[in-house]
Design a protein around this ligand. Sequence first.
Ligand SMILES: Cc1ncc(COP(=O)(O)O)c(C=O)c1O
Length: 369
Amino acid sequence: MNKKISFAGPSITEKEVEYVTDAVKNGWYENFDGYIEKLEKAFAQYVGVRYAVATFCCTHALHLAAAALGLQAGDEVIVTDFSWVATAYAVAYTGASCVFVDIEPETWTIDPACIRKAITRKTRAIMLVHTFGHPAEMREIMDISREYGLFVIEDAAPAVGAEYHGKRVGGFGDVSCCSFQGAKMTVSGEGGMFLTNDPEIYRRARLLSSMGRTDSRAVFWSDYLGFEYVMSNLTAALALAQLERAEELMEKKRRIFHWYEERLSGVKGIRLVREKPGCKSNCCYPSMLLEDSFYADRDDVLAGLRRKNIHARPGFPQMSRFPVFEQRFPNPVSRRVEEHGISLPSAANLEEEDIDFVCRNLLRLIRRG
Ligand SMILES: Cc1ncc(COP(=O)(O)O)c(C=O)c1O
């Protein structure tokens, strides 16, 4: 069998080994949270925001966002219909309702025109995703939020380093959240980051992330119903090493995307997700649509690739069809991507010959129909 062509996977160097080894040996006693502090500071600086809270995972950061903004039962939050379900569950944990709206066919990010149509008197916030590393249409989204007085949460889980008109994503909304989960561009196994410029939102998130502990009336006193969401110092050491290599890791991702682009653009029936003008994607997960007119079945194509040890992924199912939610809009673009979308392998250990192998097999499968 040929080499496994993994969907995702990290690049680990001596730097990561050195930081983690140091955390294991020395990250105790007076240094017990040294790497957490360094990581939070470095991440806030990297994105260009004032405050950061390192969390066990991005799902926790998203939940903190929804909770710190005071979302609750009776509120509506407009959420993209195309994402990993953590985006929506983070809202649902607070009791607020998710109103799912459609995505743009070019970038698979939330469609601002659909946001406008979904606003009601109950709407409190917009939860967007920088899908697979491509920035959402932030200018229009921020205009809408100002016009209607809505909070904006950026789910930037896969989008570390991506830019919208020269500014890093994660610096636009009231809160944004990133992930260090093992399939992301910068990894620490599990890991997340909560970001904000607002001192009060930061204060609430910090408190909620550590069991609402204030010590106000006694040691271990808690004044708020909080959560144990903090990141470990060991995890922070690995995440910091990865963050310091973010530009290099993004360059690799972008190179992989361009190898796909060279081989797949112009192929009848394939529509690659490309960068919109003014947007810089981190190309976390290069993705494409097998167009409706095309005869090949998407799941047959994925199965055929798997037989060659090539691990690609289908599009996410529409969250609005999950049993815990209600569907208000049909969101046909999300549905089309669910049924015909493919995310291509882009693990950090792939070279041009691997991408060539993927594309040759993909084209063979497609042409066979
Ligand atoms: C868009 C999106 N949001 C949230 C998450 C959750 O991140 P984590 O696994 O770090 O909790 C993911 C992770 O895959 C994601 O892709």
